[in-house]
Design a protein around this ligand. Structure first.
Ligand SMILES: [Zn+2]
Length: 118
């Protein structure tokens, strides 16, 4: 059900952004999917397909799902490093006093919309 609510969120964001831009059709949406969310892509794609019937602007949208790797910033040395797998630690000094700065969100990265009716 995790993917269901995420799909709903993506559609909501895309639809609102399209409405704000005065667009009547969304052609393409690039979605960054944080690794930390542990999203099953197929499942997310399935729900995007299923739920978009409620959004007229999104009927023919192509959704591109891109995984975003986890990055952490170290509070000890200030370096920002990419992480692979669990057990996060600073890639420069090994400290575990870190904060996650990327890879924990689902975000709409960019959209291609149609705003006129040519
Ligand atoms: Zn460090």
């Amino acid at each position: 059900m995790h993917e269901l609510s995420l799909a709903d969120e993506v559609l909501g964001i895309a639809d609102e952004a399209a409405a704000a831009a005065g667009a009547w059709e969304v052609l393409r949406v690039r979605v960054g999917v944080g690794w930390l969310l542990q999203v099953e892509r197929q499942s997310l794609a399935f729900y995007l397909e299923a739920l978009r019937r409620d959004y007229p602007r999104l009927r023919d949208t192509v959704f591109e799902l891109e995984e975003e790797a986890v990055r952490v910033r170290c509070r000890a040395c200030g370096e920002e490093t990419a992480q692979a797998g669990w057990g996060f630690a600073c890639g420069a000094c090994g400290s575990r006093d870190i904060e996650v700065v990327a890879g924990d969100l689902l975000e709409v990265r960019d959209m291609e919309v149609r705003t006129d009716d040519v």
